[in-house]
Unconditional design. Structure first.
Length: 273
């Protein structure tokens, strides 16, 4: 049975984090979003993006602890959804017994891992369909890093290119925004500089030169939504606007044009069409 959410009758929001979802900036964004719901706030933490990692349960427990201690004013009632791979069973994304934890959630979180793994194991699954359906009941989806990439129309095979050396390419994503008529490629870690002066790790570890090639591989209709580190783009489906929060900026890139939006600035979803 679906949870009764507050405010009733509203469509939900999608918070896309470039990084820092459990850092100070991220906590502030979560506070703003959680304030819309009655306490205690039912939450779901999805394991799928990191389901291939032996420590996936530890990572999910860390996220749970972050919400319980860092956002205790909202009395979060958290269910970990251990959907780690395709199929039916204790850890399957088609396991019916996992659905109530999603269907009753006002706030759904999924974060780090591999975007292509998340797509492969969530696409057309019961768990993913339940997550997407929450938006029509006013829930918030808080999606960070790998999961922000995964919900795109086209997603980057980050590990495959950056770590394994595969050829530059895009993969099909979960296309969360397709029902809105949006063809969007979400790219977090846009201004990453972990490589310092020796390696360009901007543009989600692709670097500017390789990403220029990747851009040309996308259909002309695709809009890139680029999100800096420690920055979030909150898409309000009911109001059809997006707002930027955090330390950096969000860029909307199409063709040869780009517009950047700083913290507290908004833009209409029509800009993504």
């Amino acid at each position: 049975m679906n949870a009764v959410l507050y405010p009733p009758g509203s469509r939900g929001r999608i918070a896309l984090f470039g990084s820092g979802e459990t850092a100070r900036v991220g906590r502030r964004v979560h506070e703003l979003l959680l304030a819309a719901y009655k306490k205690p706030v039912p939450m779901a933490v999805i394991e799928t993006p990191a389901g291939f990692q032996p420590n996936t349960a530890v990572l999910a427990a860390d996220v749970k602890a972050f919400f319980e201690h860092g956002l205790q004013n909202f009395k979060p009632d958290i269910t970990i959804i251990p959907a780690r791979h395709q199929g039916i069973g204790l850890h399957g994304t088609d396991e019916p017994s996992l659905l109530p934890g999603v269907e009753n959630a006002a706030y759904v979180f999924a974060g780090a891992g591999s975007p292509t793994y998340a797509v492969r194991h969530l696409a057309n699954s019961l768990v993913w369909n339940a997550i997407a359906a929450r938006l029509e009941h006013g829930a918030t989806l808080a999606l960070a890093s790998a999961m922000a990439l995964a919900v795109s129309t086209h997603t980057l095979p980050v590990y495959e290119i950056f770590k394994v050396g595969e050829e530059l390419s895009w993969a099909a994503g979960l296309d969360l925004f397709g029902s809105l008529g949006l063809d969007v490629a979400i790219v977090p870690h846009w201004n990453n500089n972990e490589g310092g002066t020796k390696l360009d790790t901007s543009h989600c570890y692709m670097g500017a030169d390789r990403f220029a090639v990747l851009r040309k591989m996308l259909p002309a209709s695709t809009v890139i939504l680029a999100i800096d580190e420690h920055t979030a783009c909150v898409v309000d489906l009911g109001a059809e606007i997006a707002r930027v929060h955090g330390a950096g900026s969000v860029s909307v890139i199409w063709g040869d044009e780009a517009r950047a939006f700083a913290a507290d600035e908004t833009f209409p979803l029509s800009l993504l069409r």
